[in-house]
Design a protein around this ligand. Structure first.
Ligand SMILES: Nc1ncnc2c1ncn2[C@@H]1O[C@H](COP(=O)(O)OP(=O)(O)OP(=O)(O)O)[C@@H](O)[C@H]1O
Ligand SMILES: [Mg+2]
Length: 287
């Protein structure tokens, strides 16, 4: 296990060095990993709706379903792509042949579902994927990675590969504890020091801020030495499960819902943090 973690660390570092020529060209693509530790807290809905809003604001987002083996972005969108990430990893398809259009002009890189053999990437596969992603630099402004639940090697890889990690939690202690555990492993073993926080399924900014402060206090108490910046919060809203059941994005199906208002604020926050100079222009690079 320790050996595996070390080789992954080396792999992630190796991947980061691949982007050296593009910084000089001022590449404008950014990777945001949306993770949570605990399953079912709203990562996929956040990523897909955020992409939809960013597209509505004139950006070119790619939704990367990084939940390999149990990917379900395509189910949320009601599409049935013929190919997925596993075909790329098998060497059967190029990344751009697998990407499909979604609602509102977003693009989606679907993951497979139920193919256990491919669910964990090995080192060479990680490097090959990194190179494929770099070839997308002119096509997208931002890649939103929908990260699987848990703290598997794949979760670590995609989180360490992206510029920024946004951790999703709700106000339940179980989700809170897993968000903390995820940040702990990423900071301890993968040198991630800065996290963005998205508090989902709450009633107000005040409730979200309480969760934020509690998480900061726990990180402090256990000497984690990390920064947790609030990126935004999403209202607890019946429009979310209603839209999921219809296999539609809530921001498209229920544009006047509270959840949609939250996602619009979140999209603004993502763009604002970008223009404030938060490592815009790099995808696989150390901070
Ligand atoms: N803001 C919200 N208000 C109400 N219900 C919500 C909200 N966000 C998520 N949900 C409910 O939680 C369910 C799970 O959401 P989602 O699939 O986005 O979670 P996930 O973190 O991606 O799950 P997994 O870990 O399995 O990939 C949704 O189908 C919906 O029913
Ligand atoms: Mg999901």
């Amino acid at each position: 296990m320790a050996d595996q973690a070390e080789s992954l660390r080396r792999m992630a570092r190796g991947a980061r060095t691949l982007d050296h020529p593009s910084d000089a060209r001022g590449r404008r693509i950014r990777g945001l990993a949306v993770a949570s530790g605990k399953g079912g807290v709203g990562k996929t809905n956040t990523v897909a709706n955020l992409a939809y809003q960013l597209a509505a604001m004139g950006k070119r987002p790619l939704v990367f379903d990084a939940d390999m083996g149990l990917g379900n972005v395509h189910i949320l969108l009601g599409i049935a792509p013929r190919y997925n990430l596993q075909h790329v990893i098998n060497g059967e398809k190029r990344l751009e042949e697998v990407i499909v259009p979604g609602p509102g002009g977003i693009h989606v890189l679907p993951a497979g579902s139920g193919q256990r053999a491919f669910s964990e990437l090995n080192g060479p596969e990680m490097l090959a994927l990194t190179a494929e992603l770099e070839a997308l630099e002119d096509k997208y402004d931002i890649i939103l990675f929908d990260i699987g639940a848990g703290i598997s090697a794949n979760v670590m890889f995609f989180c360490s590969a992206a510029d920024e990690v946004a951790v999703v939690t709700n106000s339940e202690p179980t989700s809170f504890a897993d968000a903390y555990a995820l940040m702990k492993v990423l900071s301890r073993d993968y040198d991630k020091r800065e996290f963005r926080l998205i508090v989902n399924s709450v009633k107000s900014a005040t409730e979200a801020e309480t969760v934020h402060r509690r998480l900061e206090a726990v990180a402090d108490r256990f000497g984690l030495n990390i920064a947790i910046d609030m990126l935004g919060w999403i209202a607890l809203d019946e429009a979310v499960p209603a839209a999921v059941r219809e296999q539609k994005l809530f921001s498209q199906r229920y544009p006047n819902s509270k959840a949609t208002a939250s996602i619009k604020r979140l999209a603004d926050a993502v763009l604002t943090s970008t223009t404030a100079g938060l490592d815009w222009g790099r995808i696989f690079s150390a901070r």
